[in-house]
Design a protein around this ligand. Structure first.
Ligand code: ZN
Ligand code: FE
Length: 239
């Protein structure tokens, strides 16, 4: 399996997961259809599934047009069946979704929205975290509670350390400024920041990150109780 990063809108990332044995593919959170169509046109890629982490427009905006153009199925959380356009396959917490050679464990991770999920490709060790876990940050709490978001991040924290993390937005540089402000002696964070700066300078995405790096550097994962997590989340909202 190969993951291609497709920048969309201002700072969104959609991801194409390509099975190189048969050229079938899934797209995660297509914000818009055109960049996806541009990427796969003239390539021998059979786009079969859309995987949506949550219902926000910048994650589902391409569903309708992509479904019209390709003969594909839309996979999303059962509880969001009325909010995810064109949804076909309903998945729930802890289910293993399997289709063709794709296999992902579904985690329900509410907080940003009530129906947010992540797709953990356990055999390949990559996870798509949408707007729940970002590199060096976490999503804003729109529909859920601090407790829900804290629990959701704790679920993700238990993934293997070498899991690659593909998140929904390129927010890493801005997030890094918040982390270093509140964790100024963290040497791993300093190392990560110089890596990030290099990538940004060369116009490269800062994703994927890894679970190990996030555990060492992401201040929201380092918060070990609900109180300190909530405090950080409030500070970040006004950063
Ligand atoms: Zn969102
Ligand atoms: Fe988003």
């Amino acid at each position: 399996m190969r993951v291609e990063i497709i920048p969309c809108l201002q700072d969104n990332y959609s991801y194409l997961i390509i099975d190189e044995t048969n050229n079938t593919a899934c797209v995660v959170d297509p914000s818009e259809a055109l960049p996806i169509i541009d990427f796969i046109s003239n390539k021998n890629i059979n786009l079969k599934y859309i995987l949506n982490t949550h219902h926000h427009f910048d994650h589902i905006g391409g569903n309708k047009d992509l479904k019209k153009k390709y003969n594909l199925s839309v996979v999303g959380f059962k509880g969001d069946k009325y909010r995810i356009p064109e949804i076909d396959i309903l998945v729930e917490d802890n289910e293993i979704w399997k289709a063709d050679n794709f296999e992902a464990k579904i985690f329900h991770i509410p907080g940003h929205t009530k129906g947010h999920i992540s797709f953990f490709f356990h055999k390949d060790k990559f996870v798509f975290t949408g707007d729940t876990l970002f590199s060096l940050g976490c999503g804003r709490i729109f529909e859920g509670t601090y407790q829900e978001m804290f629990n959701s991040l704790n679920k993700i924290k238990n993934l293997p350390k070498d899991t690659k993390i593909y998140c929904g937005h390129e927010y890493t540089l801005q997030n890094s400024k918040f982390c270093i402000k509140h964790d100024s002696n963290n040497l791993n964070l300093k190392k990560k920041i110089s890596k990030i700066n290099n990538k940004i300078k060369n116009n490269l995405p800062t994703v994927p990150s890894t679970m190990e790096e996030e555990l060492e550097c992401n201040i929201f994962l380092r918060a070990n109780n609900l109180e300190s997590f909530s405090k950080l989340r409030d500070l970040k909202d006004n950063f």
